[in-house]
Design a protein around this ligand. Structure first.
Ligand SMILES: [Zn+2]
Length: 554
């Protein structure tokens, strides 16, 4: 047997007896050559995809030309891998498009140095390199009056922390006054200090073409901000310059999700993906170049094996995620009929660590043990203990992690959405939405690991007999007897199909007399009795002149 295997190409092999053996819960084959091929595949291309995306294209702010370019590029890749139904699907528009090409900042005097900074997306740019003196913002009304006429053409250090400035600076009145003063003076822009060694990026897309932002707003590396502040306090002259080329494009700007499929035999779906958009403060390599590139690589691995799954495996790259899961939420709203056909949604958006585990509720665990069995086994001896794939039991699926799987968990018909449990040596917080979101911080070994896990999991989920059970995804299911009651509150008027009462043999017209230790006089008694019931409970009903005892297991 073994020898014959070695001599024949995989596709020509008749299934062996053991390959035909089905696992009890999922019906998946006990030996799965497709999964083994994925886990052992060589020459993975995931880092090539990432390099093209984050280095070749760059950051992908929603409503920027770069995002549109990235969506078209991803669709091209999917097509080249042989996927089907590849499309860009418009999910909505933003009022104003925004392209940022140059982001340069330096100190000019007393010495020369590059400045590490961020400025908000959809924020004002500069007209070329704007060099000017640095001033400390007035800290109270008195200082403000004294400073009138001296701030024109200056970069202004403003406080975002106490106790550097007087308490008065925090009062709303003074902040308004200061804002008006800075506008009237004609400053070049304001400069705040970042948090510790990080400058965070962000921005508000809800701007209008006829009232574009005009005030340049900089967040500077805290150390550099403090250094300038100290020099100014010692009456040293400081000159700095910023060049931010920001282009506003009158909208509406159409926005897309990228979709590609490996068609299955049924109309059910397994969705894997991540968001393709990013902030534009760095390169969007971690957030979410990692998830985009593993989604592409999983698609390539599966398409290369030439398999046809039972369910369609759909790859989705959403956009507008950073502004509040906009692309995934809009897609769901536009395609509500799909929701009860989706077995599960697997989202990779947790940064540069490896997808080394997944959460499962008690209701899901038996299925997940079979689905992930070969993956767990494959990585069981991994030298890095973090990377031994684990199923992580939970009472309910976590919500509010804030990526596109949440859009599915909170959909009108909630769909089991999973955010991988990511483990490894890299620091998410050091990179997330900061100047450090660059490809140097991405680990190729973790990326390859994740590509294999995502591809193998998608394949296995696509072939289970049943879809992922939803009954306890938000916690243990409520205990229900499965009866509707007549006006008297204790007579069964009808039974819920598939409910416990029906299964036990209770019939319409039966009058509930006792549940467990509680004798039933009213509907409140029934509620209380069910609340208290555990394990196996005796239910006594009156049917005609008879009293009948049923047993119900909760
Ligand atoms: Zn993200």
């Amino acid at each position: 047997m073994k020898l014959r295997h070695l001599l024949l190409p995989l596709a020509l092999l008749a299934p062996t007896a053991s390959a035909q053996e089905a696992l009890p819960v999922t019906g998946l084959p006990a030996e799965d050559p497709v999964t083994q091929a994925i886990l052992h595949a060589e020459d993975l291309q995931v880092m090539d995809h990432l390099e093209e995306l984050s280095e070749g294209i760059g950051p992908r702010l929603t409503s920027s030309d770069k995002l549109t370019e990235a969506c078209a590029w991803a669709a091209d890749r999917f097509r080249a891998f042989g996927l089907e139904n590849v499309r860009l699907e418009e999910w909505g528009t933003f009022p104003v498009g925004y392209n940022r090409r140059v982001m340069d900042g330096r100190m000019v005097a007393p010495f020369k140095r590059r400045l590490v900074f961020a400025s908000p997306a959809w924020g004002a740019g500069t007209d070329g390199m704007q060099v000017g003196p640095v001033r400390i913002a007035p800290a109270n009304a008195e200082q403000l009056e004294a400073a009138r006429g001296s701030f024109g053409g200056a970069w202004v250090l403003v406080a975002n922390t106490r106790p550097r400035f007087d308490r008065a600076a925090d009062s709303e009145d003074f902040r308004d006054q200061l804002g008006r003063f800075l506008d009237e003076e004609g400053i070049l822009g304001t400069i705040r200090a970042g948090r510790r060694e990080l400058v965070h990026t962000g921005g508000n897309y809800r701007i209008s073409a006829d009232a574009l932002p005009t005030r340049v707003s900089i967040t500077l590396l805290r150390e550099q901000w403090q250094e300038m502040f100290s020099m100014l306090e010692q009456d040293q002259e400081v000159q700095i310059g910023f060049d931010i080329e920001a282009e506003f494009v009158p909208g509406p700007i159409p926005l897309y999700n990228v979709i590609a499929e490996i068609p299955g035999e049924t109309d059910e779906l397994v969705i894997v993906g991540g968001h393709i958009d990013s902030w534009d403060g760095a390169r969007g390599a971690q957030d979410n170049g990692t998830g985009t590139s593993t989604t592409l690589e999983a698609a390539r691995l599966l398409a290369a094996s030439g398999v046809r799954p039972k369910r369609t495996i759909r790859f989705m790259l959403w956009s507008g995620e950073e502004q509040g899961l906009l692309g995934s939420r809009a897609y769901i709203e536009q395609n509500p009929e799909e929701l009860d056909r989706i077995s599960c949604v697997l989202v990779h958006d947790g940064g540069t660590n490896a997808c080394a585990g997944i959460y499962a509720t008690p209701g899901m665990m038996p299925m997940f043990e079979e689905v992930f069995g070969p993956i767990v086994e494959h990585f069981a001896d991994h030298e890095d203990e973090d990377l031994r794939f684990r199923l992580r039991p939970l009472e309910r699926l976590p919500r509010g992690i804030g990526s596109d799987h949440d859009a599915y968990l909170t959909a009108p018909t909630p769909v089991p959405g999973f955010f991988w449990d990511q483990r490894g040596q890299t620091s998410y917080g050091f990179i997330h939405h900061t100047q450090n979101d660059t490809i140097e911080h991405v680990r190729p070994d973790y990326q390859e690991f994740t590509s294999r896990v995502v591809a193998a999991a998608a394949w296995r989920f696509a072939n289970t007999e049943q879809m992922v059970p939803r009954g306890d995804m938000f916690g243990p299911p409520p205990k229900r007897l499965g009866v509707l009651l007549a006006d008297d509150g204790i007579t069964v008027s009808s039974l819920t199909e598939g409910g416990k009462a029906e299964a036990a043999g209770i019939e319409a017209g039966d009058q509930l007399r006792q549940i467990g230790a509680v004798s039933i006089e009213s509907q409140d008694d029934i509620r209380r009795a069910i609340r208290e019931a555990e394990g196996e409970t005796e239910v006594i009903v009156q049917r005609g002149i008879e009293e009948i005892v049923f047993r119900i297991v909760w």
